[in-house]
Design a protein around this ligand. Structure first.
Ligand code: KG4
Ligand code: ZN
Length: 357
């Protein structure tokens, strides 16, 4: 009964002039709710971050994250609706991140969104978190259209994707081991710095010198996937050696040198692939796209090779529901990802495949 009606409404949205999506994001440590019109215009938005809660533990504690999503999601939804001066009757569809992420955290958003969709008799759209990060750029650049090459650099992913159209993509390269954001967070932890490590290392690196040569991941044209485990281990070994010798590490120089190598790895390989594939635009997405050194280096190398490099506005780099609402709009217009209320969380979405029903 529910799905028959949802299918009918979903079909009608394809030709509707204005489509308003109420979107939810709860994949990690941010609970976020947003109302997005036509994939590009934000009518209301709240991001409630749990960073201060997880700082005490030096990283995200999954169980604590789930509990805190539960505590805030209902209030945030009401606040967003009020701030946009809208009622549920104005909403055309509900969208939610169903993966990738922490299973318990994802389940909070998925369950809340499913309940709302069922109660309001609205279509429910499932959204891939990684694709949503890329769609954050449609909010920053109103005229941006596929095709382009997307570089995803987040806490869980380092991947280069060929974005063919608004909903279909092809995986070009990914990481063999750790993600770039994960490497920032792990190195920060060893240095005794706060979680999340990325922004702290970025800041400290500005005061340091790039004068330590950590291990360089080999550049093998046949195997162009990224790798961060060797670099991370190299930094950890360097710090341990200093400690064994009773020497004090220069934190700022370590941050600058690690960051330079982490960025070199992703810049060199992304530019190589863009040139090889004759791509003229690289669109960057995910938490690490906030890194100022990465921004500077990738834009510079892009210019040298005739490639335009686009970064999302800082507020769209880390997790938010705005990007989920944007991605959902393009799925609706392509007739994809309508979900039934048996939707469940998928902590590990395989990036090898495009969004499919
Ligand atoms: O996209 P995101 O919010 O979550 C995932 O989907 O994984 O990314 C979070 C990651 C963390 O690893 C964090 O340390 C990193 O993004 N990050 C940064 C910066 N800001 C956030 N890494 C380097 N430099 C930054 N300025
Ligand atoms: Zn994310």
């Amino acid at each position: 009964m529910y799905i028959t009606n949802a299918k009918k409404q979903f079909k009608n949205l394809k030709n509707k002039k204005d489509v308003i999506v109420l979107a939810f994001e709860s994949s990690c440590d941010e609970t976020s709710v947003s109302i997005v019109k036509n994939g590009r215009e934000i009518l209301g938005s709240i991001v409630s971050s749990q960073i201060d809660i997880h700082k005490k533990f030096g990283g995200v504690v999954p169980e604590v994250a789930s509990r805190n999503h539960i505590l805030v999601i209902d209030n945030i939804t009401k606040e967003v609706m009020n701030s946009a001066k809208l009622t549920f009757a104005d909403i055309d569809a509900i969208a939610v991140t169903y993966g990738a992420g922490l299973v318990g955290a994802l389940m909070v958003g998925v369950t809340y969104a499913k309940s709302l969709a069922f109660a309001l008799n609205l279509p429910l759209i499932k959204v891939n978190h990684i694709k949503a990060h890329i769609s954050a750029n449609y909010l920053t650049y109103p005229n941006l259209k596929p095709p382009f090459l997307a570089l995803v650099v987040s806490g869980g992913h380092t991947a280069l994707l060929k974005i063919k159209n608004y909903t279909d993509f092809k995986l070009i390269a990914t990481t063999f081991d750790d993600a770039i954001g994960e490497a920032f967070d792990k190195v920060a932890k060893v240095l005794g710095l706060e979680y999340p490590g990325g922004p702290v290392i970025n800041k400290l690196a500005e005061k340091g010198n790039i004068n330590i040569q950590f291990i360089k991941t080999p550049f093998n044209k046949k195997e162009l996937s990224f790798s961060y485990s060797g670099l991370k281990t190299s930094v950890i070994n360097y710090i341990h050696k200093l400690e064994q010798n009773g020497d004090t590490p220069n934190i700022e120089n370590i941050c600058a040198s690690f960051q330079a190598e982490a960025v070199r790895e992703v810049v060199e390989k992304s530019i190589y692939q863009a040139v090889r594939l004759k791509e003229k635009t690289i669109v960057v997405a995910g938490g690490v796209s906030a890194n100022t050194y990465l921004r500077e280096k990738l834009i510079q190398k892009g210019k040298e090779n005739g490639i335009e490099v686009l970064f999302p506005e800082f507020k769209f780099c880390t997790d938010n529901a705005d990007m989920v609402g944007s991605e959902a709009y393009f799925l609706i217009k392509s007739g994809k990802n309508l979900s039934n209320i048996d939707l469940t969380a998928e902590p590990n979405i395989n990036l090898k495949y495009s969004n499919r029903n």
